[in-house]
Design a protein around this ligand. Structure first.
Ligand code: MEV
Length: 324
């Protein structure tokens, strides 16, 4: 019998289609090579014990009958809610100890919550020898993420499970790997933490006020995303770059860019990037630039006007690290 399993899942960056994806349009998302590790171990007691030092939590304990409820600390919310749902489906006599370890900061918008949920889920199903397909694991994790967060298309959960670069339609209606290699993309960070649910609600409010305009913008983002999928598969990065600029202009119309994002986009283009855009909900977090030949110049410009994040794009999806 296995007593202890460690699994890890990657962070994510959205390349095309943010916001529109919430309304049923496709997006393209890639996994980044910064991972979140979760170890689960049978403890022989009736308790759930969690230690997440990178998330500011060293000892958190509950009986397994008492899981969930409101007011859970942010760092444990996703893991605890997933565990509660897991025990409802696969009851167990005894509890577990959980330890998380993160390679990435929570503030970049790389999706630490979904990576934690996915790595924990993978470790749990491995510990109890439950056979799930990737899609079943996706549905299970996405259900828990939605219960905690209320909003979200689930693309981040898909990236954490499948890895690589994928074309995604919510709620996992389409999950298609379109590129498996590393992409020539550099990532700039604004230094400002964005609050995704607030921005998603802001766009929902704009859509309520101006339904036709916003639907028109989403339709155009849809076209740009589908075209980007083709160009990525053809490795035509010059065209991918142009499409990023188009996507950014459409996001500007939704009013979710920021001065810092616009500045990083501008300096990257001036330094020779083939295209640049914000990545994610907007309001802060990261931007991305396609580079071909001018990498050093673009990196220098990012460093001068924000922060350059040294990450590899197109990383491996969730995996079991050790099994004892
Ligand atoms: C946030 O990273 C991307 C959004 O499209 C929200 C989501 O898809 O869940 C704004």
């Amino acid at each position: 019998m296995t007593d202890k399993v460690t699994a890890s899942a990657p962070g994510k960056l959205i390349l095309f289609g943010e916001h529109a994806v919430v309304y049923g349009h496709p997006c393209i998302v890639t996994a980044v090579d910064q991972r979140l590790f979760v170890t689960v171990e049978r403890n022989g007691k009736d308790t759930f014990h969690l230690s997440a030092p990178d998330l500011g939590l060293t000892a958190y304990s509950k009986t397994t009958n008492d899981l969930g409820g409101s007011g859970l600390p942010k760092a444990v919310r996703f893991i605890e809610v997933f565990y509660k749902r897991f025990l409802e489906k696969y009851p167990q006599e005894r509890g577990i100890d959980v330890v998380t370890k993160s390679e990435f900061s929570d503030s970049f918008g790389f999706g630490s919550s979904s990576a934690a949920t996915v790595a924990f889920a993978k470790a749990l199903v491995e510990l109890y020898e439950i056979d799930l397909t990737d899609k079943e694991l996706f549905d299970f994790c996405y259900g828990a993420v939605l219960e905690v967060q209320g909003v979200g298309s689930g693309f981040d959960v898909a990236a954490a499970i499948y890895g690589g670069t994928i074309y995604y339609v919510t709620p996992g209606k389409v999950i298609e790997t379109i590129y498996e290699e590393e992409l020539p993309i550099e990532v700039g960070y604004t230094g400002i933490k964005a609050d995704t649910p607030t921005l998603v609600r802001q766009v929902a409010e704009l859509k309520r006020k101006k339904p036709r305009t916003v639907r028109g913008i989403f339709d155009q983002i849809d076209k740009v995303t589908k075209e980007a999928k083709r160009k990525l598969m053809e490795e035509n990065f010059a065209e991918v770059g142009k499409l990023m600029v188009e996507n950014q202009n459409l996001l500007n119309e939704l009013g979710i860019s920021s001065v810092e994002l616009d500045r990083l986009n501008k300096v990257s283009m001036e330094a020779g990037a083939l295209g640049a855009k914000l990545s994610g909900a907007g309001g802060g977090d990261c931007m991305i630039a396609v580079v071909d030949g001018k990498k050093n110049e673009v990196v220098k410009a990012m460093k001068k006007n924000g922060e350059w994040l040294d990450v590899i794009i197109g990383a491996e999806g969730v995996r079991v690290e050790t099994d004892e």
